[in-house]
Write a new protein. Structure first.
Lengths: 113, 114
């Protein structure tokens, strides 16, 4: 069964600090992995998308890494801001006929001043 | 324009009502999706339309009826819903279904069933 596990479940950091969120998956065969940011009560907003051949992708202060061999991804947030407070969701899609994505349960990040 | 719009933002309905949720995108995407999201849970896929044809129905009850009138519009018709159907309903689109394309999500419709 395809699964996406995210850790930690929640995280509290001080403004200006860095943090790293983890995503482990069992989705196979693998097509792509996406990180989304979701503010409470809003739709998810795409941060990065990576395919099998990509190891790192950046979007401003967000840097995602992918190790397709160990089926792990991380999202690193640099110099956190109060507006980074949100849920961060890892989504993994399979290749082939069944392309239904599997969503992780998300990491809830709170940035305190 | 990378925007997916959804109306209404909020909807309150009784169990005997009939209502519709609307979704629109003008990015030329040929895949559109409906998701349901309960509080503190990830979105759950309900339906996928590919080139205006329903390609995936994730065993959704028939009280939810999707419709794709054209490549830019996606509707979700609601009838005889239950209180447990209260949730955030998200629409998304991508260039095509099944590829490594970003799914762009709308802001969602917050549905409350009384």
């Amino acid at each position: 069964k395809n699964q996406v596990e995210q850790s930690p479940q929640s995280l509290i950091i001080l403004e200006g600090k860095n943090c790293t969120l983890q995503c482990n998956y069992t989705v196979s065969p693998f097509s792509n992995l996406r990180w989304y940011k979701q503010d409470t009560g809003r739709g998810p907003v795409s941060l990065t998308i990576m395919t099998f051949s990509e190891n790192t992708k950046s979007n401003g202060r967000y840097t995602a890494t992918l190790d397709a061999d160990t089926k792990q991804s991380s999202l690193h947030i640099t110099a956190s801001q109060l507006s980074d407070s949100a849920s961060y969701i890892c989504v993994v899609s399979p290749s082939g006929g069944s392309y239904i994505p599997t969503f992780g349960r998300g990491t809830s990040l709170i940035v305190h001043p | 324009d990378t925007e997916v719009t959804q109306t209404p933002k909020h909807l309150v309905m009784g169990m005997t009502n009939k209502k519709s949720l609307k979704c629109e995108q003008h990015m030329g995407h040929r895949a559109m999706y409906w998701y349901k999201q309960k509080a503190k849970k990830p979105p759950e896929l309900m339906f996928v339309y590919s080139y205006e044809k329903l390609s995936i129905n994730e065993s959704v009850p028939s009280r939810f009826s999707p419709e794709c009138p054209n490549s830019s519009l996606l509707n979700l018709h609601l009838h005889a819903l239950q209180p447990e159907d209260s949730a955030l309903y998200l629409c998304a689109s991508s260039q095509k279904a099944g590829g490594p394309d970003t799914q762009y999500f709308g802001p969602g419709t917050r549905l409350t069933v009384l």
